[in-house]
Design a protein around this ligand. Structure first.
Ligand code: SF4
Length: 361
């Protein structure tokens, strides 16, 4: 049996202080003001890697196009990817649609309120299931994300490694004990909100304006900024790539990635492994049997994924005829139809595309 993280006094006072603060200061957010299950679900998936302010326009645009779970289930892949373009992590929107299809087939178009059933849907883990069940249905279950792990670690001065599944389970048990049954959704949102607005990461908690200061051991012991403890991740793999902007007439070459793995099934700019010189790129193009009218360097760029970094060297090549084996898209199709991952945003200008903002955290 694990030692409880929070003392009896902390357990009693934390929900009271937190909710009183939340009622006074909470942010007005579209999915918060009308917490329908579909809206809560969509917002939670969008917020997984993106800041609240950046999510708002995506959230409204998505719901204007796909206002119901049924519409989401039936949307074309191109529509889905376009609506998600710039948010990254496209597997999330694909899972969203897979789950919507299950909801239509098995639950008559209504998300279930039971977190165990929610967790069986594609793309929904214990945190998202807890968030939907508590916020949309008022079920008293925890929703423990990185913000909550940080707050509870600091309040309890816990030095458990928050990257370990055991620690997360303990924190969930601890939160479960103190969720007020009549305000489960507000309580979970308040904890997340405190982590996002006051008990900030990167060693910068704003303890002087925190409603939990009087019961926070991290603050009282002067160790808040050292917490939470998190074991370092494995270093990311670095990959060199040479990105080719192949232009012929008014079209550019696109390549579709494999259906599994990083950016599964997404369209991308063609590329060669490694960092190539202009001579090597020209030679490679000639070997493919096309005549190179002109070749010039395009910007270098770096894109960081969760487990890998792409270090990209770019070349713009004008070709006499389309290179076989690629899909050739004109400007209108690039702008309206094909969602290019934000990993290539450094090249959007070269392609004549306006949308070039990354909104990842
Ligand atoms: S007092 Fe400081 S460390 Fe403790 S919960 Fe508040 S902001 Fe976080």
């Amino acid at each position: 049996m694990n030692q409880p993280l929070l003392s009896q006094t902390q357990q009693e006072r934390l929900p009271v202080f937190l909710l009183e603060w939340y009622d006074r200061t909470r942010r007005i957010l579209p999915w918060r003001e009308d917490p329908q299950p579909y809206y809560v679900w969509l917002s939670e998936i969008m917020l997984q890697q993106t800041r609240v302010e950046a999510v708002k326009p995506y959230f409204s645009r998505f719901l204007e196009t796909l206002p119901t779970i049924g519409a989401l289930a039936e949307a074309s892949e191109e529509t889905l990817l376009k609506l998600w373009e710039g948010l990254g992590y496209y597997s999330r929107v694909r899972n969203l649609q897979k789950a919507a299809k299950v909801v239509m087939e098995e639950y008559g178009g209504q998300l279930p309120s039971d977190p165990l059933l929610l967790e069986k849907l594609p793309g929904i883990g214990s945190y998202t299931a807890g968030a939907i069940a508590s916020i949309a249905f008022g079920v008293a279950v925890p929703a423990v994300d990185g913000n909550v792990l940080r707050v509870i670690s600091r309040v309890s001065a816990s030095r458990e490694d928050i990257a370990s599944p055991k620690c997360k389970r303990n924190m969930e048990l601890e939160v479960r004990k103190i969720i007020p049954k009549d305000r489960a959704g507000d309580f979970n949102q308040a904890l997340m909100e405190l982590g996002a607005m006051v008990c900030l990461g990167n060693g910068e908690p704003k303890c002087l304006c925190c409603p939990l200061q009087s019961i926070c051991l991290g603050f009282q012991q002067g160790v808040a900024a050292e917490l939470p403890v998190k074991a370092p991740k494995k270093p990311r793999k670095k990959e060199e790539r040479t990105v080719l902007l192949l232009h012929c007439g008014d079209t550019f070459a696109l390549h579709q990635r494999k259906q599994k793995g990083l950016l599964a099934g997404m369209w991308e700019l063609p590329s060669l492994d490694g960092k190539k010189s202009p001579e090597e790129v020209e030679e490679w193009l000639r070997e493919q049997g096309v005549q190179v009218i002109s070749l010039r360097e395009a910007p270098d760029a770096t894109h960081i994924f969760t487990h890998v970094e792409w270090h990209m060297t770019g070349f713009f090549a004008e070709l006499s005829q389309p290179l076989p084996g690629f899909f050739w898209a004109d400007h209108q199709a690039l702008e309206q139809q094909y969602a290019l991952p934000s990993a290539f945003k450094a090249y959007f200008g070269e392609l004549g595309l306006k949308k070039a903002k990354s909104v990842k955290k």
